[in-house]
Design a protein around this ligand. Structure first.
Ligand SMILES: CC(C)(COP(=O)(O)OP(=O)(O)OC[C@H]1O[C@@H](n2cnc3c(N)ncnc32)[C@H](O)[C@@H]1OP(=O)(O)O)[C@@H](O)C(=O)NCCC(=O)NCCS
Length: 157
């Protein structure tokens, strides 16, 4: 890989055939683990706009997202722990914004745990702003529930 600019070319649309690899990476990245059935359902739904990132034939990241009418939503984004801070998370978000815009989305929304410094920095650095807060939203796998921030970004026309 020559640099971060080339990462977008390593993204492709994800479908149900990716469910196994995406579920494994999801389990490695989140306390709240999704079943294969849940991941398969998301990747094969009519609103699916998910992406995967591949390097040397291996899945290094995914973004599960969907678009309904004019609003796209990021349900999860994760990068293999060994591949973080190399631009993949940013590339997945940029790639998603592009396919969402092409599908008619005018904005992107997402939820993020208020204590997730890496994700907050990723989103804030790409123009997402906090529009709401869900009290004690994340509880699974945590000693104390953590609020979710709802963040949004309007997509350029
Ligand atoms: C959040 C996550 C997807 C970021 O992926 P990544 O590939 O490391 O992100 P990038 O390399 O594209 O980083 C983009 C920016 O995010 C911010 N960032 C990423 N990781 C960070 C960290 N550990 N601490 C602080 N800022 C961080 C930085 O601003 C970074 O820009 P920089 O590298 O130019 O400083 C990754 O940390 C991850 O998979 N976390 C576990 C799953 C998760 O929490 N997902 C988000 C909630 S859905």
């Amino acid at each position: 890989m020559t640099g971060r600019d080339g990462l977008l070319e390593a993204l492709r649309a994800a479908d149900a055939a990716d469910a196994d690899a995406v579920a494994a990476l999801q389990r490695a990245s989140f306390d709240d683990q999704w079943s294969m059935e849940a991941v398969t359902g998301l990747l094969s739904g009519p609103a699916n706009l998910s992406l995967v990132a591949e390097a040397q034939g291996r899945l290094v990241g995914f973004l599960i997202g969907q678009c309904v009418v004019d609003t796209a939503e990021v349900l999860a984004v994760a990068v293999d722990p060994g591949a973080r801070r190399a631009g993949w998370g940013g590339a997945l978000l940029t790639g998603f914004e592009r396919v969402a815009r092409a599908s008619g989305a005018e904005r992107v929304i997402l939820d993020v745990a208020a204590d997730n410094a890496a994700a907050l920095a990723l989103y804030a650095g790409r123009g997402y702003q906090t529009v709401a807060r869900r009290d004690r939203y994340y509880a699974i796998g945590r000693a104390h529930p953590v609020d979710a921030l709802v963040m949004a970004k309007n997509l350029p026309i």
